[in-house]
Design a protein around this ligand. Structure first.
Ligand code: FES
Ligand code: FES
Length: 149
């Protein structure tokens, strides 16, 4: 069985040893994309959020072997212009403290800016329910993301 992904724009053939493992493990351990964080490992915290075909998903819940041919984007693959805007908004509104949740939030923010909020027709507060932050109290994150829209 051969599994090939496109990760951050580059084709990547998955070694057999990772085909039965989580996408999170493949991204971090094999590709070195450590911006993708593991928190709960159960789909609850959002620290591991990546875009799969442009949609935010928890990489801890996805088996690499079922993603053949899919386009995966991690925080490392987001456009530099977006990351500069995101960083500036986070600094302005105080949306980062320990930073562990931040990569997942950044991926959500990129999705929102690309029109994700229109597609889902839900407010940012609702869309961020799957991204837990132990530090900020959320209001600063909501304000930073709202400023990016
Ligand atoms: S580590 Fe994936 S949702 Fe928490
Ligand atoms: S800034 Fe620490 S978990 Fe969000």
């Amino acid at each position: 069985m051969q599994v090939t992904l496109r990760v951050n724009g580059k084709l990547s053939e998955v070694p057999p040893s990772f085909i039965g493992r989580r996408l999170l493990d493949y991204l971090r351990a094999e590709l070195g994309l450590t911006g993708v964080k593991e928190g709960c490992g159960e789909g609850d915290c959002g620290a591991c959020t990546v875009l799969v075909e442009g949609q935010p998903m928890c990489s801890c819940l996805l088996l690499t072997g079922v993603l053949d041919g899919r386009e995966i984007t991690t925080i490392e693959g987001l456009p530099e212009t977006f990351l500069a805007q995101f960083s500036a908004a986070c600094a302005e509104y105080g949306a980062v403290q320990c930073g562990y949740c931040t990569p997942g939030i950044a991926v959500m923010a990129a999705w929102l800016q690309a029109g994700g909020s229109e597609v889902s027709a839900q407010p940012i507060t609702k869309l961020l329910e799957g991204n837990l932050c132990r530090c900020t109290g959320y209001q600063q994150i909501i304000e930073a993301l709202s400023a990016l829209q």
